[in-house]
Design a protein around this ligand. Structure first.
Ligand code: 13P
Ligand code: SF4
Length: 359
């Protein structure tokens, strides 16, 4: 594809407008302009949308994504958007979740990136847990494979975990696979929580000492923590929430200094979208999320490699869908009827990227 000097120049400026806040130079943006232009053109031609998790690198978030958000918001978009094709820039389980919710769409991932939580448990592990605790409901975190979701009763995300666990019948729940999130729930709920030993290698790195030293250095700083962190870190938080909940908080808070106790992509979003607010302290990088490259997004649109297309055996898909549908239903407790995914309103907890509207 060839583009005129004017098109390339205006694409470079569009990228620089956001990427300058995360250390990109005008020259960097000039180098990336032809590829983002090509991807955005192919999207239009193919009736495709690009969904990107907030942990994706800024060239993806501001260069090509149509929607950027947390696992919950992105899965709602995947379920409801009329596009024929979805390219999901994130770890593989999110692409699988999109396929489960939109089985008639073609869903592609730039690469099959893992996740230390999703990789910590198999469907056979869940069957064994069920045999050990007959009749106890199983809630699985969205960071799991389709096969694990198929063995579970309900799926949860970091934005609705407490609400959903409370809504389940009985006073015992099996919660898999994140042991730290299980501990977070255990401390908030009267239910007995049976947990698994999975961890997020990224959020596990943070320590309470790190946060105390940031508080000392920046008095008045607000500490925003993802619930995949350990309880000693959560104890230091001003807010515990999903990636989108943290971002919303930054937007609404009168404060102007934040420590984002999460992946660096989220800190980058704060820097780019709220340049007047200051991000302090260290973030942590997810090697899985950051293995997604723009060149692979282009390949997924142009000449997809077989492993880029997400396919799920129909029997697994059908059972996994039930656990996601129950999640949507329990996330909207006023809905007594099963939620009609196709006719739901625009999700509220997602930030729409307006940057492609004129391209
Ligand atoms: P969110 O649901 O908050 O986007 O988190 C997903 C994730 O992988 C966090 O590590
Ligand atoms: Fe998985 Fe942690 Fe990376 Fe999220 S940040 S994708 S939970 S390894």
């Amino acid at each position: 594809m060839t583009f005129s000097p004017t098109q390339l120049e205006s694409e470079r400026d569009r990228l620089f407008d956001k990427l300058q806040y995360v250390g990109w130079t005008c020259k960097d943006c000039e180098i990336y302009a032809p590829i983002t232009l090509e991807i955005n053109q192919l999207k239009k031609e193919q009736d495709a949308i690009i969904l990107a998790h907030s942990y994706q690198s800024p060239d993806i978030v501001y260069g090509v994504a149509d929607f950027v958000g947390d696992s919950y918001g992105l899965s709602q978009i995947a379920a409801e958007h009329p596009a024929k094709k979805i390219i999901f820039c994130s770890v593989f389980f999110m692409g699988e979740t999109a396929k489960i919710l939109s089985p008639n769409k073609k869903v592609f991932v730039p690469s099959r990136a893992g996740c230390s939580l999703a990789d910590s448990i198999t469907a056979s592990d869940v069957r064994k847990l069920k045999a050990q605790h007959p009749g106890v409901p199983i809630a699985c975190y969205v960071n799991t494979s389709a096969a694990v979701k198929a063995e579970s009763d309900v799926c949860v995300t970091s934005s609705n975990v407490l609400q959903i666990i409370e809504a389940l019948p009985g006073n015992k729940v099996i919660f898999i696979p994140d042991k730290y999130m299980a501990e977070f729930v255990r401390r908030k709920s009267r239910k007995e929580i049976i947990s698994w030993d999975g961890v997020c290698i990224v959020h596990e790195e943070f320590t309470a000492e790190q946060i105390l030293s940031v508080r000392k250095q920046y008095p008045g700083v607000e500490i925003l923590v993802h619930p995949e962190c350990s309880s000693t870190v959560i104890d230091q938080a001003d807010l515990v929430g999903s990636t989108t909940q943290m971002l919303k908080h930054v937007e609404q808070s009168k404060n102007d200094q934040f420590m984002i106790v999460s992946e660096c992509g989220l800190s980058d979003r704060v820097k780019s979208e709220f340049p007047k607010k200051k991000v302090v302290g260290a973030c942590s990088m997810c090697p899985y999320m950051k293995s997604i490259m723009l060149k692979d997004v282009l390949i997924a649109l142009k000449t997809p490699r077989p492993e880029q297309q997400v396919t799920i055996p129909p029997e697994i898909l059908k059972r996994a869908r039930k656990s996601l549908e129950l999640m949507f239903e329990l996330s909207h407790p006023t809905n007594h009827q099963p939620r009609k995914l196709a006719s739901s309103p625009q999700p509220a907890n997602l930030i729409r990227q307006e940057i492609h509207q004129s391209s």
